[in-house]
Ligand binder design. Structure first.
Ligand SMILES: [Zn+2]
Length: 385
């Protein structure tokens, strides 16, 4: 059932609860003309009174039965609407493990403590609420942060409800890499996650393209896809992007400068924007398929998400979402849509599906993050120089 049908049920409910014309405003009241009947002869009065009460009972009984039927029907309709709301699902995914520092600098050994703290916060929020999550690892960043620290962090991502996927060795952009070179990136991307998952009797099963660049030519796209499939991978798409990578550098900077006011404003604006994007992408998928496809939320392993993850979870809960594994989300037929649309960009899957299925959507309506965020970073850097 669609939201439109639920709205219809609501309107219908209001119609049902209108007072009966001529009554005193309650559904059990008889029409006024019956009450006003006056008779003088006792016998007739009694007969009529008896008849009236019988008629009244019949009429009342019929009305009660009709009302009971309507309420039962309404109840079923509302239950269906509620169960539909409950059936909206989302799989949470986190990219750029073991740690994505704000800005363009990759993580280093000096970030080890921060990285551990950030992952601890993220995993605690997810495990505390029994929310499954899949993390995608950049192998080179495991080396940069220190293999021992990197492994220690990632080991925790192999616990119950958690999973690790491959995000290439160096966060390789398939737009700029040859197909062969990209395949090497996939294989090298398994160096840490392969043995870690093996130690819990699993293996890497999901691959996410950095920047969601899935191959800028048909030949490259198809050859990488075939390589991934032969290696036992399934592509990890995503359907909601909240541009956390734009907010995070400003947030990290504000925290570093002890600019609490800006940090609080960033968190608030980030959550408002995330809410707007959840609603935007839900609408987009409904436009393409006529129903809300199980979502795959894209987040990054950064400080901003560590500090707001519980609020992000709450945004989904307030909208009636259930949290599912990536595997469960991808069982929806939408994810079996053919993939012939080739692009050098990395749009969310709603846009790709729209192209594949020839559905016209207006991407210019998608909200943008507030402009002041980048301005804050620019001004800070200009002031430092
Ligand atoms: Zn990434």
């Amino acid at each position: 059932m669609t939201a439109g049908r639920c709205q219809l049920a609501k309107t219908w409910a209001l119609h049902l609860l209108r007072p009966i014309p001529g009554g005193n405003g309650t559904l059990s009241t008889l029409p006024r003309w019956r009450i006003q009947t006056r008779l003088t002869m006792h016998i007739r009065k009694d007969r009529i009174a008896d008849m009236t009460s019988r008629k009244a009972r019949e009429l009342g009984g019929a009305r009660t039965a009709s009302l009971r039927f309507k309420l039962t029907f309404l109840g079923l309709l509302l239950i269906t609407c509620l169960s539909k709301l409950q059936s909206q699902t989302v799989a949470m995914t986190v990219d750029d493990l073991p740690y994505a520092p704000g800005g363009s600098k990759p993580p280093g050994p000096e970030d080890a403590k921060t990285a551990e703290l950030i992952n601890k916060k993220l995993l605690h929020a997810f495990s505390h609420t029994h929310i499954p999550v899949t993390g995608f690892v950049i192998e080179q960043d495991v080396e940069r942060i220190g293999t021992s620290t990197g492994r220690k962090i990632l080991k925790k991502w192999t616990g119950p409800g958690f999973d690790l996927g491959n995000h290439t060795y160096s966060h390789a952009d398939s737009d700029t890499f040859s197909g062969d070179h990209f395949e090497q990136e996939i294989v090298r991307g398994e160096s840490t996650i392969g043995p870690l998952l093996q130690s819990v009797s699993r293996k890497p099963q999901y691959f996410r393209f950095p920047y969601n660049h899935t191959g800028d030519t048909k030949e490259k796209h198809d050859s990488i896809a075939a390589f991934l499939a032969a290696r036992g991978y399934r592509l990890a798409p995503c359907t909601i992007d909240n541009s956390d990578y734009e907010f995070d550098p400003a947030y990290v900077l504000a925290m570093k400068r002890h600019d609490k006011e800006t940090a609080a404003k960033l968190r608030a604006d980030y959550l408002s924007y995330t809410a707007a994007e959840i609603d935007w992408y839900s609408k987009l998928d409904r436009q393409v398929f006529g129903y809300e496809v199980p979502h795959v939320m894209l987040l990054h392993d950064n400080q901003l998400n560590a500090d707001t993850v519980s609020d992000i979870i709450a945004l989904f809960e307030q909208r009636g979402y259930r949290f599912v594994t990536l595997t469960q989300a991808l069982q929806d037929p939408a994810y079996a849509t053919r993939e012939t649309y080739i692009t050098k960009f990395g749009p969310m899957w709603g846009y790709r599906w729209a192209k594949e299925l020839n559905v016209k959507v207006n991407g210019s309506d998608e909200p943008d993050p507030p402009a002041w965020i980048n301005q804050y970073v620019k001004e800070a850097h200009a002031g430092a120089n």
